[in-house]
Design a protein around this ligand. Sequence first.
Ligand SMILES: [Zn+2]
Ligand SMILES: [Zn+2]
Length: 228
Amino acid sequence: MTRRYDLQVHTDASPCSSTPPERVAQAAVNAGLDGIAVTDHDTLTNVDAVREAAPDDLEVISAVEVTTTEGHLLGLDVTEAPPPTDPLAVVDHIHDQGGLAVLSHPFDTLRQYYETDLEILADAVDGVEGVNSRCVRRRFNERATGFADDHDLPVTGGSDAHFPMEVGRAYTRIEGDGALADAIRDGRVRPGGRGRFFSGHVATKYHQFRTATGRAMTSLASGGFLRR
Ligand SMILES: [Zn+2]
Ligand SMILES: [Zn+2]
């Protein structure tokens, strides 16, 4: 039996996403996924809401994408967002909760990425995200997969969706039954889907533009310019 989980999905609890929890759950169903990890930036605020909106046959993993002082780090099966601090401390915080730590788009130099400590981190983490659909250059994902292979680490995949259309573009295939965490620890996972989707970034820019325009209009209005 093979299941497909998208292990990196954002909701409107992330500043760069405007997708409410119900639409995230619906998008996952539409994409035919068996599970998703809700990985908002430094918060678990919307995990319960996605879970409530999800049908019984869609597993919702409580997760977070932590902004470390270097790259981003996924904490899977966590109940609390670790303080955004240095990567090793974040990994410890995740492990103390019984969760798994996975390096998120570690070599995407167009986004926040890891510059140092990767060798030490390789010993500490439980996996590496090898396919992230928002990595616009093929080599970012290739380097991540190569790094995982060199260090004998399981490789996961996630869309990094910030908008419903992106959910399921990359995912993790899980061989066999049982919990996701066990499958990762046993190395029964491999990534699927692909990177190099640009449309998500375009949508993000549009979202940022609208948010900024909305703020400008509000401040103009509160300044009285639009009230007259
Ligand atoms: Zn990220
Ligand atoms: Zn992300």
